[in-house]
Design a binder for this molecule. Structure first.
Ligand SMILES: [Zn+2]
Length: 262
C-alpha cells in the first residue's frame, strides 16, 4: 500500500492524524540528517527541531501553498530550505558574492560548476562525487581549479571561502531566478533518466550562466541523497513529536496492526 506525498499533504490539510503521523515518521529523520550536515553542533538541539516541525504544522506552512500536486522530492527540498533559513549562519569573514563567482568560474562546465557549488553546501568531494555521478577525485580536481580561479579574482582568499560563504550564496542564488529558469521537474527528469539529449544540452547551456539553476539542481540531488540515507521512525520514536504537534494516537486496527505485529 503506497501512501503518496500528495495524500499526506491532503490529510495534513484536513488535520487527519494519518497525514501527520506519516510526516513525523518519514520526514523527522530527513530534517535530523540535514541538521547534522549543516549544523553539526546543533544536531541534537531538540528545541530547534521542534521549532521546525511546529512551523511546518502551521496553517500558513509551505506544505499547503503548492499549486501543483506535491511530489516527495519537492516536499523535502522545501523542508530543507525552511531548515536552512532557521539556522542563523554567521557572516563570512571574507565575503564573496555571485558576481565574483560568475566572473571567476566562467570557464567551468555545468557539472564542474555543480562540483564547486556543492562545496558551498558543505559537501566533501567524497559525498559530492556520487551525487554528480563522477569520481571524488574528479570533484577534487575541479575544486582545486575553481579555488585557483577564485583566488585570481579576490583580494584576500582562503581555501574554505566557498563553504564559509555558503549560506549567503545560497540565499543570493535562490533570489535571482530568470524567466528562462528551469522547473524542479526538469532536474528530477535528469535524476530519473527521463531527459532527452536536446533537453540536456539546453540545460547545460542555461546552467553555465545561471547560479539559481545550479543551486536548484544541486539541491534536488541533495534531496535524493537525503532520502536514500533516511529510515522512518518507529511508532515509539514518533511519540514525542506526535505529542508536540497534538496529533491523536493512531488507531491500531486493520492492516496497520498486522504490520505492527510482524
Ligand atoms: Zn536559471
Amino acid at each position: 500500500m503506497i501512501y503518496t506525498c500528495y495524500e499526506m499533504v491532503r490529510d495534513c490539510r484536513d488535520r487527519l492524524p494519518e497525514g501527520w503521523m506519516h510526516f513525523i515518521s518519514h520526514y523527522v529523520p530527513v530534517v535530523r540528517q540535514a541538521l547534522a550536515h549543516y549544523a553539526p553542533g546543533r544536531a541534537g538541539d531538540r528545541a530547534l527541531l521542534d521549532h521546525i516541525l511546529v512551523t511546518v504544522h502551521k496553517p500558513e506552512s509551505f506544505m499547503f501553498q503548492s499549486t501543483e500536486p506535491p511530489e516527495e522530492r519537492w516536499f523535502v527540498a522545501q523542508l530543507r530550505q525552511l531548515m536552512v533559513a532557521e539556522l542563523a549562519a554567521p557572516a563570512a569573514e571574507i565575503s564573496i558574492g555571485l558576481e565574483t563567482l560568475t566572473a571567476a568560474l566562467e570557464p567551468l562546465t555545468m557539472t564542474e560548476k555543480q562540483a564547486a557549488w556543492f562545496e558551498t553546501m558543505r559537501y566533501s568531494a567524497a559525498q559530492a562525487g556520487p551525487m554528480l555521478r563522477v569520481s571524488p577525485e574528479t570533484v577534487e580536481k575541479v575544486r582545486d581549479r575553481a579555488a585557483e580561479l577564485i583566488r585570481g579574482q579576490v583580494d584576500s582568499w582562503r581555501r574554505t571561502l566557498l563553504a564559509e560563504n555558503g549560506p549567503a550564496l545560497g540565499r543570493e542564488a535562490a533570489a535571482v531566478a530568470t524567466h528562462d529558469c528551469l522547473p524542479t521537474k526538469a532536474f528530477l527528469d535528469v535524476v530519473d533518466g527521463r531527459t532527452t539529449w536536446r533537453d540536456r544540452e539546453m540545460m547545460d547551456r542555461h546552467l553555465r550562466t545561471c547560479w539559481h539553476c545550479v543551486d536548484h539542481f544541486c539541491r534536488m540531488l541533495e534531496v535524493v541523497h537525503l532520502l536514500r540515507g533516511s529510515q522512518p521512525l518507529s511508532e515509539a520514536e514518533s511519540e514525542p513529536f506526535r505529542t508536540l504537534l497534538g496529533v491523536a494516537a493512531p488507531k491500531r486496527t486493520g492492516w496497520k496492526r498486522l504490520i505492527g505485529r510482524a
